[in-house]
Design a protein around this ligand. Structure first.
Ligand code: NAP
Length: 496
């Protein structure tokens, strides 16, 4: 690997791919995209569990500048997302910038040279003028700390490391977890395993998934008349904004919308499960949106199958051949599936150690102060650094909205550097503080603070009790600000 780069991008998922496209469009040539996995695609390379699919319509869950007319369904299966990532990386000639198996250990700002020094496991340090981390929000798997789990003698699979060679047919399987991953996976396992026990600590809101195959005639229309796909994208994004964004972020103003979504989920549950006791177990006692709501037509119904058991007693410990609940009951199993999600707040913000000006350590600073990033991308004391998986970055509940908003921010900021003959930027303390205050104020309207979220155990909340992931503004506001933020919010200078 060559020594000094214009920019290092950490992560070759959709976020890193988007950032690299923006940088290339700006004329940066010497790019290094460092990826710890053995291929590109991020989430969609790592996750391969049965039932994996998007739960935001594919016309929205894709780059607006790179529409894919070939989605097979309204909600594409996971493998199509990986294929799409490959296509975009090839089309924008990004593969030659990528290094796989490149585990970034950390990066520090070198004030003397005005460069970032990036350390990569087992390799010499590399330096770069700019550093962008696109390490994803859900990329550090959470393995539960349950007593005895390491003594289990059967097969253990975390959903982020699915073993395609393992045959679930005839197994006695347990799934721990009932988040969005389990909602997709549980019906698939139920169809194969002899016995399935699902350990639920917190129930989840599930609404129907209006999913249909996209007929070839529509695919052809999307390919020949791209405008039609843009219209489909607008409609799907509008629905998403209304249900997922307004009902969650504007809970105070449109409580009825939020309550309506919960009522729709309860009605859906009634239509799928006749047993009132089972329905009660599956019904959340927190407000819709405290935790990310999920979409499935088969999840609730699966619990009515003879070979499926919902276990709501807390897990006490795991033995070599089973799981024992706090009431002393043991369920014998041979396969343990951990659908236990991700660790965000302890290890993911940031995912690698970042040390900025005057030795400021980003992770330590975030933890000792508050999690914060101006417009979800930049932090004072960290020159020439953009952190794309950041507090208040997640906009509009579609990761692609977030990415494209960030691409717009990159374009405006680097455009200003270019036009001023400068090469160094740093967000001002004042701009950062104003942004954090505004996000905090806006959050007061959200379900997180206005609703009842105490029992949700939602990863939206950090260790300080702040819901600091979602950007509490409309998607439009995020995009407008990315395109028009005052350049005075940054100090922009030339290093020589
Ligand atoms: P998650 O939502 O964090 O769910 C993890 C589950 O594991 C929760 O039910 C949690 O229970 C349970 N759990 C964790 N530790 C436990 C323990 N020690 N004992 C018992 N239960 C334990 O993770 P996820 O389902 O992987 O989903 C994460 C996010 O990924 C989603 O919110 C979504 O944004 C994304 N996702 C998207 C898609 C899609 O678009 N297609 C699919 C899957 C995931 P508690 O709730 O009680 O903590």
């Amino acid at each position: 690997m060559a020594d000094t780069f214009d920019a290092v991008v950490v992560g070759a998922g959709f976020g890193g791919i988007g950032a690299a496209i923006a940088l290339k469009r700006l004329g940066l040539k010497k790019l290094a995209i460092l990826e710890r996995e053995d291929d590109l695609g991020g989430t969609w390379h790592v996750n391969r569990y049965p039932g994996l699919a998007v739960d935001i319509a594919s016309v929205t869950y894709s780059y607006s500048f790179e529409p894919n007319p070939n989605w097979s369904r309204l909600f594409a299966p996971g493998a199509e997302l990986k294929k799409y990532a490959d296509h975009v990386a090839d089309k924008y000639d990004l593969r030659r910038h990528m290094s796989f198996g490149a585990v970034v250990e950390g990066a520090r700002w070198d004030e003397a040279t005005g460069h970032w020094v990036v350390s990569v496991e087992g390799k010499p340090d590399i330096t770069a003028k700019y550093l962008l981390t696109a390490t994803g929000f859900l990329s550090q798997p959470h393995r539960p700390d349950i007593s005895g789990i390491d003594d289990f003698a059967g097969k253990v699979i975390h959903t982020t490391a699915w073993d395609d060679t393992y045959d679930l047919a005839g197994t006695k399987t347990a799934v721990i977890g009932t988040g969005a991953t389990a909602v997709q996976l549980v019906p698939e396992i139920a169809a194969r395993a002899a016995e399935l026990t699902v350990y639920q600590r917190t129930p989840i809101w599930v609404v129907p998934k209006v999913d249909v195959p996209i007929p070839s005639v529509v695919q052809k229309l999307f390919a020949r008349v791209p405008f039609t796909q843009r219209v489909a994208r607008s409609v799907s994004s509008g629905i998403l904004e209304m249900i997922m964004v307004s009902a969650v972020l504007h809970y105070k103003q449109v409580k009825l919308l939020n309550k309506g979504a919960a009522a729709a989920s309860r009605a859906f549950l009634r239509s799928q499960v006749r047993d009132a006791a089972l329905r009660k177990q599956l019904t959340p006692d927190y407000d819709f949106g405290c935790k990310r709501p999920t979409f499935s037509n088969s999840y609730f119904r699966t619990f009515t199958k003879k070979n499926v058991n919902l276990e709501t007693a807390p897990i006490d410990h795991v033995t070599a051949d089973g799981i024992v609940t706090a009431d002393g009951r043991k369920t014998e199993i041979d396969t343990l599936v951990l659908a236990t999600g991700f660790n965000l707040w302890d290890v993911n913000f940031p995912a690698v150690e970042i040390v900025g000006r005057e030795g400021r350590n980003l992770g330590q600073w975030w933890r000792e102060n508050r999690f914060q990033a101006y417009e979800g991308v930049s932090v004072p004391h960290f020159p020439n650094f953009l952190t794309l998986a950041s507090p208040y970055a997640y906009s509009g509940l579609s990761y692609f909205t977030t990415i494209e908003t960030q691409m717009a921010h990159i374009t405006r900021l680097f455009g200003a550097l270019e036009s001023r003959g400068a090469d160094t930027f740093e967000v001002t303390e004042a701009a950062n503080a104003e942004f954090l205050d505004r996000m905090t104020e806006n959050l007061a309207d959200s379900v997180f603070y206005g609703g009842s979220c105490q029992t949700s155990r939602s990863y939206y909340f950090n260790q300080h009790g702040e819901a600091a992931i979602l950007r509490p503004t409309s998607t439009r506001n995020a995009f407008v600000e990315a395109n028009r933020f005052p350049l005075s919010h940054y100090t922009i200078s030339a290093s020589r």
